[in-house]
Design a protein around this ligand. Structure first.
Ligand code: CA
Length: 218
């Protein structure tokens, strides 16, 4: 799996990166929240290891931002022993698990695997984007409060985008979701679905990122 590590202490960062890599995972290590935000927008990570005290802000604020955007990325908080309240706040803010420093690196790998597995089966939360509100589990969509009917295939396309709303999803990833319906994929199939969804939920609801794919958020 692909892991993003956000940690500003060099010795902890390098030890964690080395150990998680040794377990067969790809680990990108950044030291600040700004770089972490850029990274989660461009790479489909499976898990985030998040220190709470970072040079450019609080890890918890970053976590809240992620969850507010509807991002379901698995998050494990790395916290110091004397900050029990941080741990509670972290779980409230949407962390999936936490580890107290100094932690055992094998324990870290085990927890990481467990949260990533759980997240894959997790329900996609209700999300509001401008005038659009979506309840993905119930397949209910509203535009300015009025219910809009979407087909099962349109929901399949939306589900791919909603799993990681800040991430640009490639056309190929959306095609893969439609294969499940036995859908024949022509060169313009995805454009057709995207334009149908836009007709129902508004032009600005799905952004086209030229050459890369589609995305819900700015
Ligand atoms: Ca720190």
């Amino acid at each position: 799996m692909r892991v993003l590590l956000v940690e500003d202490e060099p010795h902890i960062g390098s030890a964690v990166q080395e150990h998680v890599r040794a377990a067969g995972h790809a680990v990108d290590w950044v030291r600040q929240i700004g770089a972490a935000d850029d990274a989660v927008r461009s790479v489909p990570y499976d898990a985030l290891l998040l220190d709470l005290h970072l040079p450019d802000g609080r890890g918890l604020d970053f976590l809240r931002t992620l969850r507010r955007r509807g991002d379901t990325l698995a998050v494990v908080i790395l916290t110091a022993r004397d900050q029990v309240s941080d741990r509670i706040d972290g779980l409230k803010a949407g962390a999936d698990d936490y580890l107290v420093k100094p932690f055992d690196l094998d324990e870290l790998n085990a927890r990481l695997q467990a949260v990533a597995r759980r997240t894959q089966g997790k329900a996609i939360p209700t999300i509001s984007l401008g005038p659009v509100e979506l309840e993905p589990e119930a397949h209910v969509a509203r535009l300015q409060g009025a219910v809009v009917e979407l087909t099962a295939r349109e929901w399949a396309v939306l589900d791919v985008l909603l799993r990681r709303p800040t991430f640009t999803v490639s056309k190929e990833a959306i095609e893969a979701a439609l294969y499940a319906f036995g859908q024949e994929i022509e060169s313009n199939t995805i454009e057709v679905y995207i334009s149908r969804i836009r007709r129902k939920l508004g032009r600005d609801f799905i952004r086209t990122i030229r050459g890369l794919g589609y995305r819900l958020h700015d």
